[in-house]
Design a protein around this ligand. Structure first.
Ligand SMILES: CC(C)=CCNc1ncnc2c1ncn2[C@@H]1O[C@H](COP(=O)(O)O)[C@@H](O)[C@H]1O
Ligand SMILES: [Zn+2]
Length: 352
């Protein structure tokens, strides 16, 4: 293959070997430019431009600047109509990218426009329900996010809501996510609430070691323990922690573009994807915030394929293994695997 042909091959790869599961997507970080335009049409007084809610190709920001963007986005999505629109659009966009199973996460919020944490959750669930009624070929679940900024009291409240909806929604609400600015607060404040969530049967997806020097916090949270780890960018700084993650066999959610644009990883080939891939440890590729970071899940697969020289079979394996790490039941996993296996000959033939 010439270099030009190889480039074309990788460029075509995600279109033929498509991702199937997206398990790390923050709702308000996943808003596309076109949805943002619809929202802004109703809020001209906010005077917010594109660059304030999205990081274009080739650009980077500090972590602090990124978290500032979420504050701006939250001003734009403060009514039930906004949250309904955003939920439906984000689901449709993931479906168009080939995703068949999506775990969306979002922080229940009280707003000055009348949303309460409870009605926020109900609105996200309504968006999921409406998409189902439209017969989109995608199964969507909801994880309630605990924002570190809210501290232990809000965390407790969020876990209570999650428990309630876990019981009443027939597995639409499946778990709890710990996220928010990693430099704010300490993980110890959330251990009680997260342990309580786990006792109730909720699954846990925790952002861990997203920034350096959080070994103490990471050890505490690994003891809860999480069912999946978000990012884990600096886990590799401690051999003890790596051993523990390996021993506990906890899958990692890796978000390459997010880490590059947020500058916690300096180059694609330095991404910790390489470390965990070589170990054969379970992980899957995710977008984190496809709106803010201007990416798609198929783009993330393409970046991984190019950077780490993965052939279509490797990409296929990565994609199908992701099904093992979903929070829904074994029956759902089995159905997804069957669906994916049926597509395999067709997709791989087109890739080669
Ligand atoms: C800044 C940066 C590089 C972000 C990538 N990594 C992240 N780390 C931790 N929390 C996050 C990240 N991306 C989004 N979030 C959380 O998701 C929220 C937005 O989605 P939502 O309102 O929960 O629907 C943010 O306010 C934040 O609490
Ligand atoms: Zn995240």
């Amino acid at each position: 293959m010439t270099e030009g042909e190889a480039l074309q091959f990788y460029r075509d790869l995600p279109k033929v070997v498509r991702p199937i599961t997206e398990l790390h997507a923050h709702l308000n970080g996943s808003i596309s430019t076109s949805t943002m335009k619809k929202l802004m049409a109703h809020k001209p007084h906010l005077d917010i431009q594109n660059g304030m809610t999205m990081i274009e190709k080739g650009q980077k920001r500090t972590l602090e600047e990124c978290f500032q963007m979420f504050k701006i986005i939250h001003q734009i999505t403060d009514t039930a109509e906004d949250i309904l629109l955003v939920t439906k659009d984000v689901i449709k966009e993931f479906a168009a990218d080939g995703v068949k199973y999506l775990e969306l996460r979002s922080t229940p919020r009280d707003t000055s426009m009348g949303l309460t944490k409870r009605s926020y959750v109900e609105t996200v669930l309504e968006g999921i329900k409406q998409c189902k009624e439209e017969d989109l070929d995608i199964d969507v679940r909801y994880l309630l996010s605990v924002d570190r900024r809210g501290g232990p009291t809000v965390a407790k409240e969020t876990v209570k809501l999650a428990e309630e909806f876990y019981c009443s929604t027939n597995e639409l609400v499946l778990g709890v996510d710990l996220s928010g600015d990693p430099s704010v607060g300490h993980g110890k404040d959330f251990v009680d609430s997260l342990s309580e969530a786990r006792r109730s049967g909720l699954k846990l997806a925790l952002h861990l070691s997203e920034i350096p020097n959080q070994e103490e916090e990471t050890e505490l949270l690994l003891a809860v323990p999480p069912d999946r780890i978000g990012h884990g960018t600096f886990l590799t700084a401690s051999t003890n922690i790596v051993e523990r993650v390996k021993q506990q066999n906890i899958p990692l959610e890796l978000c390459i573009t997010s880490n590059i644009k947020g500058q916690t990883v300096s180059a694609y080939d330095e991404h910790h994807f390489g470390f965990w891939y070589n170990l054969g440890h379970p992980f899957l590729l995710c977008t984190d915030d496809k709106g803010v970071f201007a990416t798609d899940l198929s783009v993330e697969y393409e970046i991984a394929a190019k950077t780490f020289n993965l052939n279509p079979d490797c990409i296929w394996d990565l994609s199908i293994k992701g099904i093992d790490y979903i929070f829904a039941s074994e029956g759902i996993k089995k159905n997804l695997k069957e669906k994916w296996m049926q597509l395999k000959p067709k997709l791989l033939r087109r890739a080669l």
